[in-house]
Design a protein around this ligand. Structure first.
Ligand SMILES: *Cc1c(COP(=O)(O)O)cnc(C)c1O
Length: 374
């Protein structure tokens, strides 16, 4: 079916990026983070492509994401990183999904679920080593470890992992990184001294994996780098290849006179008689409205700025006297091969991070896959 706007996802790029990350991880295993539809790339397809590339674990934020992986037949060890009250943890236990626990109330919920499921839950204890987001801090850590090991002794769960998350790994040399690493090591040692027999210790996200060898431990958890976007843009691409291209076919091309006000609010006026092209992708598809009169796209081989406001379903570009017909493809962003902007370039123009650009591409935009998945 022909669709006016689509996100092309290059599964070979995801596979190759994962292979590169696995290489850079030394001996550590790779958990590909596939939360939020694999950062917009498609949970199932991207997850499978990462497994082809050598990831041996998958990581998600919500239990529902893990359940979808299992329903699609993906059996790789999968960790739900975000524990919230009232999730159907029994289903996680039944489907052999690993759970993060960073609070005693959560361990209690998981124990209840495991009792109902009739088998032990697999749990990774979550340490707050200085990000002050999820997990238990150093002061309350002994109590969490104690509660988990008691539940383990009672047969309700297996403490398979200890993990934490870094706040500033994308700023190499930030003093908090070394501090978090030290705290993590101390909290790990406490858990092991208390009797935890861990399968995996894990801390590193993409930037730490690529810039901080000491942070690798047994398992690394890259997200953005799997999709080919640099976790530390100032340090270059690390040899990664962007997997997503956002493309749209011109809906309408027409000549307009000089002085024409374009789109809502007339935030753009044509300087002379010119050709406008209507591009069928808008903020309803994830094109940021803050990109009005700002973001560039590639049309007829040339960079063109969005003319006026981005609308819900469309925006306009002024292509001068260039030759373009309705139905011709316009590249919004991609790996940059043809001179199109990258998601990083859009992010820089908008004052955000590439993560947000690809993740916000909406459900209305079909993902079209090229390359190989399992
Ligand atoms: C999202 C996430 C990651 C991956 O972070 P990137 O910066 O995309 O590599 C790693 N660990 C946890 C717990 C996460 O939530």
């Amino acid at each position: 079916m022909k669709v006016p706007a689509k996100a092309r996802v290059d599964l070979d790029a995801i596979g190759a990026n994962t292979a590169l990350l696995r290489e850079r991880a030394g001996g550590a295993e790779v958990m590909a983070m596939v939360k939020a539809e694999a950062y917009g790339h498609g949970l199932i397809e991207a997850g499978r492509a990462a497994l082809v590339g050598g990831a041996t674990w998958l990581g998600v934020a919500r239990l529902a994401e893990a359940v979808r992986l299992r329903e699609a037949g993906v059996t790789a060890p999968t960790l739900v990183c975000l524990g919230v009250p009232g999730e159907p943890y029994e289903e996680a236990v039944a489907r052999d999904v690993d759970l993060a626990a960073g609070a005693i109330w959560l361990i209690e919920e998981i124990v209840t679920a495991a009792e109902r499921a009739g088998r032990p839950a697999r749990v990774h204890l979550k340490a707050d080593t200085g990000m002050s987001r999820g997990g238990t801090g150093e002061r309350d850590w002994p109590a969490l470890v104690d509660a988990a090991l008691k539940a383990e002794a009672a047969g309700h769960l297996r403490v398979v992992g200890v993990f934490s998350h870094l706040a500033c790994a994308d700023e190499p040399g930030h003093p908090s990184v070394a501090a978090q690493l030290g705290t993590f090591t101390a909290m790990l040692e406490h858990a092991e001294r208390a009797g935890a027999r861990l399968e995996v210790r894990h801390l590193a996200n993409s930037p730490a994996l690529l810039t901080l060898p000491e942070a690798r431990f047994d398992l690394v958890r890259p997200g953005i780098a799997v999709y080919g976007l640099s976790p530390v843009p100032e340090l270059g691409s690390f040899g990664l290849r962007p997997a997503m291209s956002l493309v749209a076919d011109a809906a309408l091309v027409k000549r307009v006179p000089a002085g024409s006000g374009v789109s809502y609010g007339h935030a753009y006026h044509t300087e002379r008689e010119t050709t406008l092209a209507v591009v069928p992708a808008g903020y309803g598809d994830g094109v940021p409205r803050h990109g009005s009169n700002l973001l560039e796209v590639l049309a007829a081989g040339r960079r063109r700025r969005i003319a006026g406001r981005v609308c819900m379903d469309q925006f306009v570009i002024d292509i001068g006297d260039d030759d373009l017909s309705a139905g011709d493809e316009i590249l919004l962003f991609g790996p940059g091969d043809a001179g199109e902007p990258t998601a990083q370039e859009w992010a820089d123009a908008l004052g955000t991070i590439s993560y947000e650009i690809v993740t916000r591409i909406g459900a209305r935009v079909p993902r079209v896959y090229t390359g190989r998945a399992l």
